[in-house]
Design a protein around this ligand. Structure first.
Ligand SMILES: *[C@@H]1O[C@H](CO)[C@@H](O)[C@H](O)[C@H]1NC(C)=O
Ligand SMILES: *[C@@H]1O[C@H](CO)[C@@H](O)[C@H](O)[C@H]1NC(C)=O
Ligand SMILES: *[C@@H]1O[C@H](CO)[C@@H](O)[C@H](O)[C@H]1NC(C)=O
Ligand SMILES: *[C@@H]1O[C@H](CO)[C@@H](O)[C@H](O)[C@H]1NC(C)=O
Length: 659
């Protein structure tokens, strides 16, 4: 139909419309500004800067940027689940999901928004693109909710998915251990997190190779059971098998470069050799080396995906979109660097919310290739940009329909899509977001000014080689940086990282902006100068404070309930793998028959989890775990100093509170 219409239009002499592009959307996880090669090109002449430049290797990404458009002012939310919810739903994070809640949470009173992630009754971008004739595939991390079938990638419009629901899992074991997720969950971290669906199957990944961690010690460069290897193979298969008569929407959602810092050994040797060849000294810090090796793996996987598009003859009609979900985490053991920007994942400084982002592929007009776009983009804007390119409307009728009912019940109403289509802006070099942009309940951007309020953890500038031996020493001496408070949880309750809140603030490098720090991010991109006390800026400050207050009236933050052991019951049924647990009767494909002994073990585990989740037992348990956890954090030791570098030294598993 579409091609017929196009043919008709061109015979009638109308300007030929570009056909719908194939779209490869690449989402990196926790990718630091300073960890992308292009951002090191202007490194200063100091030995430290030159060392930093020698350590960052992203040749495929750099080449794609040189043949595409660098998106210099691309903003996301400061943490992952909100950004991911924003991309899939087309709402600013503050209007869809401003928190990382446990995937197992449920509020019985609100069947629309009372769960983690995107409210049940919103239309996902993949649903929109499927309506436009696209074949839609997601590979990798989801982290936008899983409670009901409607919350899953399948429910949001993806024809197929292979990946995990949570913030992270173990790259080898695909399990939900504490050091991967940062929380003790209702199922005591006993579940796996690797699922899939396609036209004929929906449920846990069951094949032995995918679930095995057996290849962890392999010396070969790309061992088959490494999670990113599995994702990459799936991506390549989708491209190879795609019928080019339909447009393709392929969402490649990396686990890289999120913790845990795990990579096949061969990549450590590869990055060492590259650093040496670039004239650098060996890494002096273990986690920095791991992060650099993981970055190299991601870059190489992107290179392979692009090669596959070219081989298939699809590249010329493909739009590649790349972003990170938030800035790099500079806390132990995040190991990213946002140099020279200020801050980190978890705060509203540029290092937390201004992300590595670019577009590329043959669909980018030649005249724009190799350029930098300085207009403001919010990550929510891809929804409107893609629906526009696909020729379908952006409006969400499903959420609108739900609002009638929600209003009647006095429950929070769903926001409309507030995406700004950006394609024309990028092509014509025009800023499409001159209006105030609501970054979080604590920050607003009114180009070129940004107002940042309240407590902001990790408010630091890190150097060109970060983390390093002095970071290790700093952690050893209890001077931080520890992860942001409130996001390390036990049964949904924040776990204190130190004895007193003043200690937590000190060790998380928290500063208090109070009513507002004011920065000019155009003239002062590294946010060194707080203009708030300068009388020249009083009127701007007041106006922005007023604006933020006004915008905050529109925050969407429904009660998402508490961790539910029912989620564990369903997971136990499904080979101990996370998945939808509400109204999910028809969601799962039948699995293999369970042996009698496995049924007994399952029954015991179920009974144990029910006992532990009983309020009377849970309360004292949480108190105990908090104490143990605080102590463990005070002894946190995952990084180590590598001076002098021992040839072939490998990192050990962090000995942090492995539940
Ligand atoms: C769907 O996935 C199942 C389980 O991995 C597999 O056996 C089946 O061949 C797949 N079907 C299609 C149509 O790809
Ligand atoms: C929300 O979606 C669910 C699942 O599709 C549906 O059963 C329910 O009626 C919807 N609720 C509202 C208020 O529209
Ligand atoms: C090493 O890390 C510290 C913080 O832990 C930072 O202040 C310093 O700039 C870093 N050094 C280099 C050369 O990056
Ligand atoms: C924290 O408190 C515990 C007991 O409440 C105490 O044993 C420990 O020494 C304290 N740690 C620090 C660093 O103050």
């Amino acid at each position: 139909m579409a091609s017929l219409a196009l043919a008709l239009i061109s015979t009638l002499g109308f300007p030929a419309l570009a056909a719908k592009p194939h779209v490869l959307f690449i989402l990196a996880d926790d990718y630091g500004w300073g960890n992308m090669g292009v951002h090191r090109r202007d490194a200063g002449a100091s030995p430290e800067e030159q060392q930093g430049r020698a350590e960052v290797h992203t040749p495929n990404i750099d080449a794609l940027i040189d043949n595409g458009v660098l998106l210099d002012r691309h903003y996301t939310y400061k943490i992952c689940s909100p950004t991911r919810s924003s991309i899939q739903s087309g709402r600013l994070a503050v209007h869809v999901n401003p928190i990382n809640s446990a995937v197992t949470s449920q509020n019985y009173e609100d069947p629309v928004s009372g769960y983690a992630g995107i409210p049940r009754n919103m239309t996902g971008i993949a649903e929109k693109l499927r309506d436009a004739g696209y074949k839609t595939h997601l590979v990798g991390k989801w982290d936008a909710g899983m409670a009901t079938p409607e919350h899953s990638p399948k429910g949001r419009g993806y024809d197929t998915w292979y990946g995990y629901y949570q913030h992270a899992n173990d790259y080898w074991r695909k399990s939900t251990v504490f050091f991967a997720t940062g929380e003790v969950d209702a199922c005591l971290n006993r579940m796996k997190d690797l699922s899939m669906h396609n036209a004929t199957y929906s449920g846990p990944v069951r094949d032995a190779v995918s679930l095995s961690a057996g290849c962890q010690e392999d010396e070969e460069s790309d061992p088959g059971c490494y999670e990113e290897h599995l994702f990459k193979e799936r991506v390549l298969q989708i491209i190879q098998e795609h019928d080019v008569k339909s447009p393709l929407f392929l969402f490649y959602s990396f686990h890289l470069i999120h913790t845990p810092l795990q990579v096949p050994k061969a990549w450590l040797h590869k990055i060492d050799a590259l650093v040496k060849a670039a004239g650098g000294k060996p890494f002096d810090d273990d986690n920095r080396r791991l992060y650099a090796a993981m970055t190299l793996y991601m870059d190489s996987a992107i290179g392979e995906a692009v090669d596959a598009l070219k081989k298939k003859g699809m590249y010329d009609d493909t739009l590649i979109i790349f972003t990170s979900d938030n800035g790099g985490p500079i806390y132990e053991p995040g190991a990213a660097s946002n140099h020279p920007l200020r801050g980190s994942k978890y705060n509203d400084w540029e290092g937390g919310v201004r992300t590595n982002a670019w577009i590329s592929g043959g669909f980018v007009p030649e005249a724009r290739r190799g350029k930098k776009f300085e207009g403001i983009i919010n990550v929510a804007d891809w929804y409107g940009t893609l629906t526009e390119l696909a020729g379908v409307e952006m409006k969400d009728h499903k959420s609108e329909a739900a609002n009638g009912w929600l209003k009647e019940k006095g429950l929070p109403l769903l926001h409309p899509v507030d995406s700004v289509p950006q394609w024309e802006n990028i092509i014509n070099d025009k800023n499409g977001r001159a209006d105030p942009m609501h970054l979080s309940s604590k920050a607003v951007l009114m180009w070129p000014y940004k107002l940042v309020t309240g407590k902001q953890p990790l408010s630091a500038w890190v150097g060109p080689n970060y983390p390093n031996c002095s970071t290790v020493k700093s952690i050893d001496e209890h001077n931080g940086p520890l992860p942001a408070p409130d996001d390390v949880k036990i049964f949904g309750e924040p776990m204190p990282l130190a004895n007193t809140s003043a200690e937590v603030d000190r060790q998380t490098w928290t500063i208090d902006c109070g009513e507002g720090c004011l920065v000019n991010v155009r003239d002062d991109p590294t946010e060194h100068t707080n203009l708030a006390s300068d009388p020249k800026y009083t009127s701007i400050l007041l106006k922005m404070q007023e604006t933020l207050k006004e915008l905050n009236k529109d925050l969407f933050n429904p009660d998402r309930g508490i961790d539910r052991v029912e989620a564990c019951d369903v997971a136990i049924e499904q080979d101990r793998t996370f998945g939808p647990f509400v109204a999910a009767d028809h969601f799962y494909s039948p699995g293999p028959e369970k042996s009698y002994s496995l049924q007994v073990e399952d029954a015991i585990l179920r009974a144990t989890l029910h006992t532990l989740n009983n309020e009377k037992v849970k309360k004292p348990l949480v108190e105990t775990l908090k104490k143990v956890g605080t102590k463990a954090f005070q002894k946190l030791k995952s990084d180590k100093c590598l001076v002098p570098l021992h040839e072939g030294s490998e990192s050990e598993e962090p000995d942090l509170f492995t539940v």
